[in-house]
Design a protein around this ligand. Sequence first.
Ligand code: NRN
Length: 420
Amino acid sequence: MTRGAYKVADERLAEQGRLKIEWAESRMPVLMKLREKYAKTQPLKGQRIAGCLHVTKETAVLVRTLKAAGAEVSWSGCNPLSTQDDIAAALAAEGISIYAWHGMNKEEFYWCIDRTLDFKPTLTLDDGADLIFTVHSKYKELCSTIIGGTEETTTGVHRLRAMAEDGALKYPVIAINDAITKWDFDNVFGTGQSSIDGILRATSVMLAGKTFVVAGFGHCGRGCAMRARGMGARVVVTEILPTSALKATLEGYEVMTMDEAAKIGDIFITATGMKDIIVDRHFRSMKDGAIVCNTGHYDCEINLEQLGKLAKRVREVRPNNEEHTMADGRRIYVLAKGRLVNLAAAEGHPSEVMDMSFANQFQGMLRLAREGKTMKPNVYTLDPELDQEIAGIKLETSGIKIDHLTAEQEKYARDYSAGT
Ligand code: NRN
């Protein structure tokens, strides 16, 4: 691969991108602390990292940190609509081999992933497992030089665990999503804020007083429900899992089937990881002006093929906002073509929460560089102690002090004989 080869939308956007990355760096103290520490020892020297993860200002901070720790990096975006073109331009201008632009078609998407494999990576870093799946299906020969990989998101971890169960996984992978300082913060607070951000940028509607339907009450759905309620919406939750539905009920949300919710909802967001959550019969019963979007990793949750068959006219009324007019005149608005609205119509989660997710990604790369060669092809999690370390740095850099157990209390915690 020619050094620093890249393909981005517009190199002229580099300065604008650089400013945004600077903004993110000033709000990602955990990752910056790790960068300062490991720039000295260069533990990733000799490693070639192929990354396939949303090209945002926060990802750029991770890329710079991996490079500062000695790695050579080649990068593609993990969604055809989530690349921030100014960030891609800034990274290319810094010599990063990056292949990413906003608005790719499927062929271009996989062409970019292929390019990041040209330099025969030793590590893969994924969000949604498209890169690792491409290696396992199209470039099997690379599995012998790849030490290991990491996976950012729930959907990707599900996919990899299924591969591992089938014995199809050819190298060890660390499930970053399973770290508490990732899922319990990024998935809840990050998705909650960034999904509302995407909806507001694409519609500028008033949320207060609107019926806001959240499909799926997992960590992401819970975050969306919490933030929509915070904006004054009447939140309705749909679910398939009794425990999640019960949790939503006890948190004060109305729970009902999507068939019922479709009749009353003003705004719909899917966060299930499942396909066909909003389908034909739901479009038929929605109110005029209903807004539909998705915050799950893939664009299969809203059945756009069925909507296309019902629509008499489709037109883009605002960026990331397409109006579908039904035969009876009802208009349904689909945001970001059903792709994850937080990254396609906004900038993804805020820097402060990605700081911890990417501190876990960085630690995952360090561990694979250190001991990946001795790890079997399976799905691993990071050491739980790392969660406390990452959260501790976050608190410290936020000026928040906490209590500590005395020696007496430590002893009490270990003393099982102490009863009532
Ligand atoms: N700003 C972001 N940069 C961002 N917001 C959410 N994500 C981001 N990645 C880079 C990912 C989260 O970690 C999307 C993934 O699906 C989720 O796990």
